[in-house]
Design a protein around this ligand. Sequence first.
Ligand code: 5AD
Ligand code: FES
Length: 345
Amino acid sequence: MKLVEKLIQNRILSKEEFVELLANTDAEDREILRKEAVRLREKYYGHDVYIRGLIEFTNYCRNNCYYCGIRRDNRHLERYRLTKEEILSCCESGYRLGYRTFVLQGGEDPWFNDDRMEDIVHNIRTDYPDCAITLSVGERSRESYQRLKEAGADRYLLRHETANEAHYRKLHPEEMSLANRKECLYTLKELGYQVGAGFMVGAPGQTFECLAEDLIFLHDLQPEMIGIGPFLPHHETPFAHEEKGSYDLTIYLLSVLRVMFPNVLLPATTALGTIKATGREQGMLAGCNVVMPNLSPVANRKQYELYDNKICTGDEAAECRGCMENRMASVGYHLVVDRGDFKHA
Ligand code: 5AD
Ligand code: FES
């Protein structure tokens, strides 16, 4: 049996088989997988596209990841923090635009300790009882995750970045560890969060073996959400002169992921829209069912550049919403006003 057929049948392959699958550039095989991805996506989610309002509320970060534009050693970046009132005002404009999920994303900023985060989450929960709250604020203690869950958070995004120990060391300084990252993800699951993991495609040092290990790690974790996008260099990082990730491989991997996880929440990411103008539309045609337009104040957008040339940094929330509506319509899909929860199989 062909490997693509084996993946469609079993939803998992061995590491060696995944390496072979990823190395296979045969257009027909890739098209078989893409079609199956779209079939599964439509089986669970129809032509609906879930929207998440992304609020980038702090660009302070205690970490120093080699790939990331807001790493602590970037001295050429004006740092900002939104106040609780500013965050709530982003939610207010978002709600009016039809968003029913707010994603609070930031660097690992110690100023936002448990008391402050709890207060913010509790306020959003009270003001927007019909909305989902997603947090994306990195590695924290079990107690912290638990308090934020009790305050009203529903979901948590924490990309594992790479499941390969040696590759993890190439992307992060010594002070960070893959073991802790994985433990955080399992803790979040235990606490009842809908959990998102993921990785960059084409990060420096990444091999097909690394990617195969990523796919197997995700299979073990069984997350409700998976975020992937191409690696894109940022000029103020040690990876400034590294090659960007492959657009085609990212699209192919999105289809692979949809086939492995038929009902997963799979965003067409901003990085995919940055590497190619129609990347997010093509993402839908590869199995994606989520987009995450920006709700951050336009004044701060440029200061949250994880990589160079990030799109939408000059556009008001309302413009992004309209733009996205048109983009999705161009490929036969439509945005829905809905929390967009994970659908169990
Ligand atoms: N290129 C692409 N994606 C990046 N991220 C961070 N830096 C970059 C970059 N240079 C991704 C990481 C992180 C997510 C928020 O953004 O995977 O988890
Ligand atoms: Fe932001 Fe198109 S989605 S301008």
